[in-house]
Design a protein around this ligand. Structure first.
Ligand code: FES
Length: 165
């Protein structure tokens, strides 16, 4: 099965869950983004043809929302809250410095092993427990140098365990 055929098969499975109407576009793109950490071009082509939505519209939606990416990202996308309420709490700056040092990358970058992408986000609704960040869909609060180190270790171990299966 070639790569495009694989995308067609994957999208057909999602169509079975979400339907083939235009309103299925967002949930299908969300599922693809969740499964692959981004929405590859082949997936967009398959979605366009399965839902009869123009490619430009699929690309427009996939590239508009910050949650989606049309470029490859790491297995774990770390989004650090940059809103002022978090930035003034606790160990905000040391925690971010630790993230950058431990990962060896800056914002908008992905680690060479493909495990982590580092991004910033606006308020994720945990302002009273800042500093906060979201890793894929898990929210982590009251960040500090120590908790950031512990979380990175935990995600690295989780990735190691998942890759073994
Ligand atoms: S300001 Fe950071 S979660 Fe709201």
């Amino acid at each position: 099965m070639d790569a495009q055929q694989q995308w067609r098969t994957e999208v057909e499975q999602l169509v079975r869950v979400h339907g083939r109407s235009r309103t299925a576009l967002m949930p299908i793109l969300q599922d693809i983004n969740r499964a692959h950490s981004y929405i590859p071009e082949g997936a967009m082509l398959a979605v366009s043809s399965a839902l009869s939505v123009p490619r430009t519209e699929v690309y427009g939606v996939a590239s508009f929302y910050a949650y989606f990416s049309v470029k490859p990202r790491g297995r774990y996308v770390i989004r650090v809250c940059r809103t002022i309420s978090c930035a003034k709490q606790g160990e905000y700056h040391p925690a971010i410095a630790t993230l950058i040092t431990e990962l060896g990358i800056g914002f908008g970058e992905t680690t060479p092993d493909g495990l982590f992408t580092l991004e910033q986000t606006n308020c994720c609704g945990m302002c009273d427990q800042g500093p906060s960040m979201v890793v894929n869909e898990d929210v982590h609060v009251r960040l500090s140098e120590a908790s950031v180190r512990a979380l990175l270790t935990e995600y690295r171990q989780r990735a190691g365990a998942e890759l073994k299966h």
